[in-house]
Design a protein around this ligand. Structure first.
Ligand SMILES: [Zn+2]
Length: 394
């Protein structure tokens, strides 16, 4: 059996794994302020080095696929004011016996570096390894380490597995009572509580290589918040009880709906504590898919500041129409709405969320044809954090 010579930099990863001063968790929510905390994230597609020995233990993922996961992970963690930069993606060849241990869920030989050893290119502050299997789990994180492992096939969204494991690295424990939370095991929940955000930020700020933007002084002090992507968002039609998790605005969403269904989308963004007033706040998306000709037939798409506790089928009729700013299309899939006034008002009111309704001027154009603006990645009937971004400029 051939052994590859991969020993040049002995276990650079070990420093990244064990170099952190472990946080015991802080009792102060104010330690890290509200500036965006940035640290490097390195991701690896794990191949086995000895590919001549029968069944391949290599991950079937591509670097492009992992880059796409990284972008969505960044959206999810942006809610906590945590940002990953630079993000590197490499394919790494590890000795077959170490890969075999890893895919059985045992990271001991990987972390100890017994066996032939290996080099990890460009180790980040947190290092994620994508494996063919992960011991029957979607992913796992060895306690006290800053490495995580993710299986090729998972029962929940890929970005959710990686984001959940990063949560463990940032000292978050499993949530037991709420499936909409990122730290609930085995669901697609993405939500983070204020307490979790506080803990994760405290740990993140202590990671070697982490920088905290001071916001007002930073050239790149734009705070980007992802939409919640959870149960407080979705669409409702006009005039009758109905709702769904997909993000649509327009008419004739469903041929069984009455005419003039005038579907509206509701969005929720968590606002970090102690946020200063932004000079400009933009509600943006690059996930717009148009069906029919809604922008021609129904007038402009507008974003309106709203306030609700629970998203539900009656929301359409409960919330009165208010001032709604006109959104602009940017290219084929982009949308941007200047919601500065609404966000500044919500911040000055001390709200911990800012919420919007997206709707066209007209609920119906009477042509019997579907005219929709939909916001999604692959499945239009799903929602997730990051389909919309709220950009707060200092
Ligand atoms: Zn977990």
């Amino acid at each position: 059996m051939r052994r590859l010579l991969l020993i040049a930099v002995p276990l650079a990863i070990a420093a990244a794994v064990f170099g952190a001063s472990r946080s015991s968790g802080s009792d102060s929510a104010d330690d890290t302020g509200t500036g965006v905390i940035t640290f490097p994230l390195s991701l690896y597609v794990v191949h086995e080095a000895d590919d001549t020995n029968g069944t391949s233990l290599s991950s079937q993922r591509t670097e492009e696929g992992v880059r796409s996961i990284a972008a969505r992970v960044g959206d999810i963690w942006s809610v906590a004011g945590i940002s990953f930069d630079p993000v590197t993606v490499h394919t790494i060849e590890l000795p077959r016996d170490i890969v075999a241990d890893l895919i059985s869920g045992d990271a001991g030989s990987f972390l100890d570096g017994d066996g032939p050893g290996f080099t990890v290119p460009e180790p980040g502050a947190i290092n994620g390894f994508y494996l063919a299997f992960a011991g029957g789990a979607n992913g796992f994180t060895p306690r006290g380490s800053r490495v995580f492992f993710v299986a090729d096939e998972s029962s929940v969204h890929d970005e959710r597995v990686s984001s959940h494991e990063i949560g463990h690295i940032l000292s978050l424990e499993h949530a037991l009572d709420d499936q909409s939370r990122l730290m609930f095991s085995g669901t697609n929940g993405m939500g983070l509580t204020d307490a979790e955000i506080s803990i994760a930020r405290d740990v993140a700020a202590g990671i070697p290589g982490a920088t905290t933007a001071s916001g007002s002084e930073s050239d790149d002090g734009v705070l980007r918040l992802a939409n919640q992507g959870g149960s407080d968002e979705g669409h409702t039609p006009r005039g009758f009880a109905g709702m769904g998790t997909g993000l649509f605005a327009g008419d004739d969403l469903n041929p069984n709906f009455p005419d003039g269904d005038g579907v509206q989308t509701f969005l929720t963004f968590a606002l970090p504590p102690d946020l200063g007033d932004p000079t400009v706040a933009l509600l943006t998306s690059d996930s717009l898919e148009v069906s029919g000709t809604p922008f021609d037939d129904l007038g402009p798409l507008r974003a309106e500041s709203v306030s609700y506790v629970d998203f539900g089928p009656d929301l359409f009729d409960e919330i009165p129409d208010g001032v709604a700013v006109e959104c602009s299309r940017v290219g084929e899939h982009g949308l941007t709405c200047d919601v500065t006034d609404a966000v500044v008002a919500d911040i000055s009111n001390g709200q911990d969320v800012t919420q919007f309704r997206l709707r066209f001027d007209a609920a119906d154009d009477g042509d019997g044809a579907q005219d929709l603006a939909a916001f999604f990645d692959s499945d239009p009937n799903t929602n997730r954090p990051g389909l919309f971004t709220l950009e707060l400029f200092p």
